[in-house]
Design a protein. Sequence first.
Length: 95
Amino acid sequence: MDLVTEVRNVIVGTTHLNKRGESKLTKKCNLPLTGVGVVSMVVTVYCVMRFPKGRMTLFEIAPGIDVKDLRDATSASFDVHESLSVMIGEDGKED
């Protein structure tokens, strides 16, 4: 069953690192795929990434994390959006 056929938005929620402390946001997926190029957003505890023009782009970053730390924790390359903001918790405050 193909879970992403004709879906407009695919949002992935995941931890940023695996159990070995390695980035889950990699240059190339080494797991079986149900669709290629269909993810529109990735949300981790560290950040929110979107894919304008097919490029992974940082839109939101967690409080206490800076872009250098995020680059060190992310094996895939990414751009930083010009209006980068700090992630807000469900109470409407920076966590």
